[in-house]
Design a protein around this ligand. Structure first.
Ligand code: SF4
Ligand code: SF4
Length: 373
């Protein structure tokens, strides 16, 4: 079924592959208040969250569907007291579990229990390498120090560690420091992601948008680090797309390899898909995960290539970048079927670059922080 208001009827049903990865957003609760948070402005309340038993069922269904890898995310997953049982449910379903955490809410004991319940990997976020500014970027005093302790417990428990960091105008010039920190902490991998403007982050565009020069320098720094650190640490990098020639291959193609389950059980093709009005999302409380994946209206709205309009429809890169990001296309054009304006072929590309340049030059430094009710 096609997108009801924007994609038009599909000419032919796209091939449906089975997903290999699932993002399980266990809760939207989080002690931090990162100004670049991509979670929606309206958060799921605690009393709407799936129970541990419901998550165990979703995890079994995911494994049956072909999912191999589950990212346990949030919000802060450690805010759930039953995180240990959810990790055990991943193990029981033979799923590889990756805990994506700010570290706040974890103790040495909890990490030991998580490990013995089968946790396979931890991805710890940092906001920078310098404590005062990192705590400001996370909106949480003492966060940096706590994260350093958590990293040492992860290492002591022999759990593989990835450090992830979101880079924006106010910290992107310190990539070298963050790389050095990650090595000190014993990380095997670092994920450096340039800020994306979804959810709450949209409110802080002016204070977060990096300049073109910063982005170019960051790219060179990462390239040199990859060479230098070969065999020591893997450096993954999500570059900024607002100054790029081509858009990012968002999600490796809509509804092609992974799915996202929100804290209240709604199943989305990507983390930000709820920002597209008119898409109809289904809930695991009402419908089987496999049925949602194959037949859910939101999943079929932009699956494959038949929904594409020009210039994507006849473009030789359409199976490379899939027309870019649908959420960004909607946010910037009001039409989720449009070519992502990050693409230089989009008629709106020049306007996007001009507005990014203006935001980067705004000099704005104060953030708007989210406070949990
Ligand atoms: S981005 Fe920051 S505030 Fe948002 S969920 Fe992650 S740690 Fe919490
Ligand atoms: S026109 Fe569409 S398919 Fe071609 S490069 Fe741009 S976004 Fe990708």
């Amino acid at each position: 079924m096609s997108h009801p208001t924007q994609a038009g009827p599909q000419k032919a049903r796209a091939e449906i592959r089975m997903p290999i990865a699932m993002l399980a957003e266990l809760t939207h609760r989080c002690p931090l208040a990162c100004p670049y948070c991509s979670n929606p402005t309206e958060l799921v309340r605690r009393d709407e969250e799936l129970s541990g038993r419901e998550w165990a069922d979703v995890l079994r269904q995911a494994a049956g569907l072909g999912v191999l890898h589950v990212a346990l995310s949030g919000g802060e997953p450690a805010a759930r007291r039953d995180l240990e049982e959810i990790v055990a449910a991943c193990r029981d379903a033979s799923l590889y579990s990756n805990l994506i955490t700010s570290g706040i809410g974890l103790t040495e004991r909890r990490l030991r229990d998580l490990k013995s319940n089968g946790l396979d990997h931890v991805q710890l976020s940092v906001q920078g390498a310098e404590p005062t500014s990192a705590d400001r970027f996370g909106g949480y005093r003492g966060g940096f120090e706590r994260k350093m302790a958590v990293a040492s417990w992860i290492r002591d428990n022999d759990l593989p560690l990835t450090i992830n960091v979101v880079m924006h105008r106010q910290n992107i010039d310190s990539i070298e420091d963050v790389l050095a920190l990650a090595i000190d902490l014993g990380a095997r991998r670092i994920e450096i992601a340039t800020v994306q403007f979804h959810g709450w982050a949209e409110k802080n565009r002016g204070a977060l948008m990096p300049s073109r020069e910063q982005v170019l320098r960051a790219g060179l720094t990462v390239q040199a680090a990859r060479e230098r650190l070969k065999g020591t640490m893997v450096v993954d990098y999500v570059p900024a797309d607002y100054y790029a020639t081509w858009p990012k291959a968002c999600m490796g193609g809509w509804a092609s390899t992974s799915l996202n389950v929100a804290p209240d059980g709604f199943v989305l093709p990507c983390h930000a898909a709820g920002s597209i009005p008119g898409l109809v999302f289904e809930n695991v409380r009402d419908r089987a995960l496999a049925d949602i994946w194959r037949n859910g209206a939101a999943f079929n709205a932009f699956r494959g290539e038949t929904w594409m309009r020009e210039p994507c429809g006849s473009c030789e890169r359409r199976s490379v970048d899939f027309g870019g990001c649908r959420c960004q296309a909607f946010a910037l054009t009001g039409n989720a079927s449009a070519t992502d304006p990050a693409c230089s072929k989009s008629p709106l590309h020049a306007r996007l670059v001009a507005s990014a340049n203006a935001q980067a030059a705004s000099g704005q430094s104060d953030f708007i922080y989210r406070r949990m009710a």
